[in-house]
Design a protein. Structure first.
Length: 438
């Protein structure tokens, strides 16, 4: 329980607290849930909410949204911490909620970091959620499928909150500069593009963006009425040099293109340089890891299937430990990609197959390879003549798997690079066998 002193209220609140949205109209981001006509907005506006879990990264408004819901629906709001509360505290709060329900007052219990509760603590909520004593709103940065008990999860609707875009964060920062709750009573002068730079640095986290803006303004040069912020001030407050992407986003795409093409050209030194440029500019390491994973199959493929394993492992490592420690994992992956033998055979195979798939949408699946789970399908000769490859000595059959109109079409054309040379030899043997047994 919080205790107050005679000095309570004198310390100024942080900018993020002062700018906390009080209405849905002020709330930044989550348009997929809160835009006009979207599901969560309809539930709130019709006062039809039920127990739910907000799953999303830090700083996207999980706590704020819960408070707005409580205010909008005229409910009693109890903020509950999974870090400091045990079963005893849970039962005490539940008892008060049950008493309030008898007087016609709904209680919303907001549990931050609900994934930190153990099974017994989570189970303590169950009877009260079931009989409607409370509306439970849990917040978690972890996948609730793994971190929340199945019995409790089945009684909650899960809403996935997304990281804010750079544009959404820039708009939030601009509002903080002009709103009286923020720095609206001051005149703040800063270089063009600085808000976008701060927004990029925040990496989708509104709280981080506002905290950085506050630090920058408080450290700006002032004459008592006007605060002037320089690029040097921003660099000092973010520990970053002038590497942040420009507001148009062009440099973002230029750098990822440079990384991709350096790896494709088997140039590990250039690849590591462009990797460092991106990460030191504040790029999300998971974005880089996703692009490297794509590269592993698009530009290497079966020439070295290990490349995909390395890329996926690097993504997982980045997810587990984050920046700045994960820089070495991405370097590991990027150098591996640059040094691996190259083949785009998988990329071109899918491209050719996609073209046929889009232009020949009505081609029927050959009867011989259709599934026949019902008697009707069997009577229609579904699966008739199917040959089970494992029943043959060669583990091969001459069964036709492509539609008649595409017979003989070749999509995958392996190269001689790396291990793909073995797959090429194997494919030639398969085709020769089928030709002989046609």
């Amino acid at each position: 329980m919080e205790q107050t002193t005679m000095f309570a209220g004198e310390a100024p609140q942080p900018l993020a607290a002062r700018m906390r949205p009080a209405t849905l109209e002020e709330f930044a981001g989550q348009k997929h849930l809160l835009g006009e006509g979207k599901v969560l907005r309809r539930l709130i506006e019709s006062d039809s909410i039920s127990s739910m879990i907000f799953w999303g990264p830090p700083g996207v408004g999980k706590t704020t949204l819960a408070r707005i819901i409580a205010q909008r629906t005229k409910s009693q709001f109890i903020d509950f911490s999974a870090v400091t509360s045990g079963i005893k505290e849970i039962r005490q709060v539940m008892q008060k909620a049950e008493e309030a329900r008898l007087f016609g007052t709904r209680t919303i219990v907001f549990v931050d970091e609900i994934h930190r509760f153990n099974k017994a603590q989570q189970d303590a909520f169950l009877p009260f959620v079931e009989k409607g004593s409370i509306i439970l709103i849990g917040a978690t940065t972890e996948n609730p499928s793994f971190e929340v008990n199945g019995a409790l999860l089945s009684r909650c609707k899960v809403f996935v909150l997304q990281s804010l875009t750079t544009q959404e964060l820039a708009e939030l920062l601009a509002r903080a500069l002009h709103d009286a709750r923020g720095f609206g009573v001051q005149k703040v002068i800063m270089p063009e593009g600085m808000l976008e730079a701060i927004a990029t640095f925040a990496n989708g986290d509104a709280r981080s963006a506002l905290s950085t803006l506050e630090m920058v303004v408080l450290n700006g040069d002032t004459d008592g009425q006007t605060v002037t912020i320089t690029q040097e001030t921003l660099e000092q407050c973010t520990s970053k040099k002038s590497l942040l992407y420009d507001k148009t986003g062009e440099e973002h795409y230029n750098l990822i293109s440079a990384l991709h093409k350096s790896m494709r050209n088997s140039d590990p030194d250039a690849a590591v340089y462009w990797l460092a440029r991106m990460l030191e500019a504040g790029e999300d390491p998971l974005y880089v890891a996703r692009r490297v994973t794509r590269f592993a199959s698009e530009d290497i493929g079966l020439a070295d299937s290990r490349a995909l394993e390395v890329a996926v492992a690097a993504y997982q490592a980045c997810h587990y430990i984050g920046m700045p420690e994960c820089t070495v994992h991405l370097t590991h992956a990027v150098v591996y990609m640059a040094m691996a033998p190259k083949s785009n055979a998988l990329y071109t195979a899918y491209g050719a197959a996609r073209k046929d798939a889009l232009t020949q949408l009505a081609e029927p699946v050959p009867l011989v390879i259709r599934n026949a789970p019902t008697a009707l399908m069997q009577n229609l000769k579904y699966g008739e003549g199917y040959q089970y490859a494992h029943d043959t000595k060669e583990k091969l059959t001459n069964m036709q798997c492509l539609p008649d109109s595409l017979m003989g079409r070749e999509y995958y054309k392996p190269t001689d690079q790396g291990l793909e040379a073995r797959y090429k030899e194997r494919l030639e043997q398969i085709k020769q066998w089928k030709k002989e047994h046609r």
